[in-house]
Design a binder for this molecule. Sequence first.
Ligand code: TXA
Ligand code: MG
Length: 546
Amino acid sequence: MNTRYFTITDPARESAAVGQAAEILRRGGLLAIPTETVYGLGADGLNEDAVRHIFEAKGRPQDNPLILHIPDAGWLARYCKNVPETAYRLAERFWPGPLTMILSKADCVPLVTTGGLDTVGMRCPDHAVTRAIIAAAGVPVAAPSANTSGRPSCTSAAHVREDMDGRIDGVVDGGACRVGVESTIIDLTCTPPRLLRPGGLPLEDLREVLGEVAVDKAVTQPMAAGEKPRAPGMKYRHYAPKAPVTVVTGAPRASARRLLASLGERDGVICFDEFAPLFAGQIVHRLGASGDKLAQSQRVFDALRTFDETQVPAIWAQCPDSAGLGFAVGNRLKKAAGFHTESADEGVLVLGITGGTGAGKTTLLRALERHGALVLDCDAVYHEMLRSDAPLRADLTAAFGEVFAPDGGLDRQKLGKIVFGDDAALARLDGIIFRHLPRALARRMEASGARLIALDAIKLIESGLGTLCDVTVAVTAPEEVRVRRIMARDGISEDYARARVRAQRSEEDFRADCGAVFENNYPTPAQAALAAEEFVDTIIKKSKED
Ligand code: TXA
Ligand code: MG
């Protein structure tokens, strides 16, 4: 079959194309249509043959009912019986929009459409092109998501082409889907109303109108064999990647730490934007910023589709909290994972401590130790890794040749000569270190079970480690103080000490990078220790309040 492609942006001015698309529906053909949630695979919902063709084209089980799409709430009474007043209230408030209501079906709606049920899902999509086509066709449009059964839903016409080209009569390209996850489904035939699928309309919004809303078990748990969820579709896994998926819940930084600690070298990653640099070298799909749930819902299916073309042995995904659109995003991820989830440890406070030589980080680190903190010296960990971390050693050898001495230790002079004065080589070296060090630290943090952890790192921010920290602290002191400290500590001349201080990033840079500053400039060590104590107390107290 030759699939026709329509691009319609303004239905009022492109009425000829709208008419041709509507004609496909009226004739009993299959037409992929854009909606604000995902693309639908539409046919005349009153035409049994046409509806059967939908199931064939999708490879969809016959018992999985379809939603009827209508251009406005005025059509409800044609296809539904005993429409409750709440349905009209919901329509008034949320239609057109990502809400499907389950109602008692009228006799004219065939059982093929409803998978044999005496109820029917009704939805008015928020897409002007599609509403114009339905109105022109004059029939309610039965439309499941336009993906092949078992694949992620289509959020662009290109996805639809991938799955349906040659199998259907037409595709209407109406641009990328604004919401990206399917509609929220609410069953209004029971009391209290029951959420069957979280979707583009947040549950909180529904509760504002309906008061109490029950959440169907199938939304949060896998179905046992033989168990029947109220939305038959919820028992099918909508996407079954070859690789096992693990979804990690918990606060974004905590789940990032868990991912980084657990990840295999070739595993795929679905993460929030701010953590993506930590996973350099892996196949990464960004879900959007951790605070931007609309971006996450727009990208979640794309993320899952990405991995279809790869050979990753496993996929790890960060999961948003379940407020607002996060409920739907998390549900789609968890379904893809067969509800295989881990929850990251949330009660852990990780502090990143940075600052130049002589600024006095040690004072703060000692105070943290007195509070029971596990202090990880990033430089020391790096040196240990140079001996024991095979992937790090392999990357260094691949980039710089045989830089390890016969006894196994790094030949510092040799590496030093290669990178000295060569900015590109130095950047390459940093890139390698920054790829391996954060995951080694994450593994140590996760394995330690410590509730309070301090990372001591001069390059806290450049290495990406800062993004794993709940609080970043710059320790600073005036240049004169630092110079005297270094002279006393390392027994070097003033000129040399000053040169070292000036070779480092400025105090301003450290301050600008960090969430908090500890100004370590006290007349005596005892006073400094006391100030550090108070500083740590305040940070811990504040973190408990948040
Ligand atoms: O956003 C959406 O709802 C998209 C766009 C195209 O409108 N459509 C969509 O359709 O997601 P579909 O078929 O992929 O998912 C519909 C879900 C299925 O899980 C189905 O079992 C459930 O709705 N459903 C449909 N009619 C039902 C009914 N009468 N009772 C219970 N569940 C129903
Ligand atoms: Mg679907």
